[in-house]
Write a protein that binds this ligand. Structure first.
Ligand SMILES: *Cc1c(COP(=O)(O)O)cnc(C)c1O
Length: 376
């Protein structure tokens, strides 16, 4: 936790859980990406946390933006960043949203099939398109495989159609899976991208760009390599597969840009046991899957949790949220160790909550408000 967040929480009077994001950390993260991959443009993945203060800061630092919807495009334009700094990176778009984005000035679009190319050719004529290829997501705690991208063998056909329909066949994209712990996870996708560049050149079409997506981790309970290690591994793979003819490159960090910048303060609502011989305590917080901690789904993301009593002995607990829905359990398969002295009414601090918390909150399911958010 940063001193600024500590100070903010000391003075906060409102009730209920909240996330506090420190912009100084976001600024440091941006510089780490820019420094570790100096010839790569950064497109911040807006969905990770679209708070206007974060978008304004990143716009000021010179970042570009990966948007998934017209609403996200409008949020970025509201910062004053031009549409030339926006990529419409969702491969699943309504044609009228493509037309609206085009009207707003966006000229860079993701595709992963021929039908999407046809929509863009009709509603955003002349634009640049890049084709997303499938990645298996191995090594990632939050894989994004299957839903997005086509087999690498299919990409040349998709891009050739784009070229025939008057679009600029611009490049290849992929996402190695979110919270990717393996710094070499980019290598095989970069190999596929290079092969597609080669195939397209033989068809007389020069591709220019490789969009290497997100996947850069935040530090939760598990240790993770730092941004420089990712930068070095990616640069090694780029030169291995592209030699001295490196393509233009893009990265789209979401979690890696804002994850470690935010912290949630929550409260213990109840501590109980289910029977006299129950070996674990059930600890219920005022935050759960529906008001901020959706990424505990399948216990995929394991957040560090701090209390004022962490020097006391700890025993395993099932940790759950406050709603009347039995899926609202955070950690049960692998119980969470919490101090025996933890009591009802105690505050807990959940670290690395800057990404995928506010945007994954439901609108008052069971009457619990969406997560309150402060950006300082
Ligand atoms: C979600 C997403 C990202 C961000 O991924 P992180 O793992 O959070 O960095 C980047 N690009 C695309 C296309 C995405 O959908």
């Amino acid at each position: 936790m940063t001193e600024r967040i500590r100070e903010f929480l000391r003075n906060r009077r409102e009730d209920g859980p909240c996330v506090v994001v420190d912009l100084d950390v976001v600024r440091d993260n941006y510089h780490a990406f820019a420094h570790s991959l100096p010839d790569t443009r950064v497109f911040y993945a807006v969905k990770a946390n679209p708070a206007p203060e974060i978008l304004n800061l990143l716009a000021e630092l010179g970042s570009s933006f990966d948007c998934a919807s017209v609403a996200e495009i409008e949020m970025v334009l509201a910062t004053g960043a031009g549409a030339d700094r926006i990529s419409f990176g969702n491969t699943i778009k309504k044609e009228r949203d493509i037309a609206r984005a085009f009207e707003l000035g966006v000229r860079l679009f993701a595709v992963d099939c021929e039908a999407e190319v046809e929509k863009i050719a009709r509603s955003a004529p002349g634009s640049r398109v890049f084709c997303r290829i499938l990645c298996d997501g191995a090594g990632a705690d939050w894989p994004l495989s299957r839903k997005f991208g086509c087999a690498p063998e299919m990409a040349p056909r998709v891009l050739e159609l784009a070229h025939r329909l008057g679009l600029a066949a611009y490049g290849i994209s992929f996402h190695v899976g979110s919270q990717q712990g393996n710094v070499d996870a980019w290598d095989s996708a970069l190999g596929s991208a290079a092969a597609i560049f080669h195939d397209m050149a033989e068809r007389g079409i020069q591709l220019s760009m490789v969009n290497m997506g997100g996947g850069f981790p935040a530090k939760y309970l598990k240790e993770m390599p730092g941004v420089p290690a990712y930068g070095e591994a990616i640069f090694r793979s780029l030169t291995r597969h592209f030699g001295n003819r490196l393509p233009e490159t893009i990265i789209e960090p979401g979690r890696g840009m804002v994850g470690n910048a935010g912290l949630i303060e929550a409260e213990v609502v109840l501590i109980s046991r289910k029977s006299d011989d129950d070996e674990v305590r059930w600890v219920y917080l005022d935050i759960g899957k529906f008001n901020g901690l959706a990424e505990t789904m399948d216990e995929a993301i394991r957040y560090p949790i701090l209390t004022d009593k962490d020097s006391d002995r700890k025993t395993p607990c099932v940790l759950a949220g406050p709603t009347c829905d039995s899926v609202d359990v955070l950690y049960e398969k692998t119980p969470y160790e919490l101090p025996v002295s933890l009591a009802i009414g105690d505050k807990v601090l959940i670290e690395a909550c800057g990404a995928y918390t506010t945007t994954y909150s439901s609108v008052a399911f069971n009457g619990f408000s969406p997560l309150a958010s402060y950006v300082i």
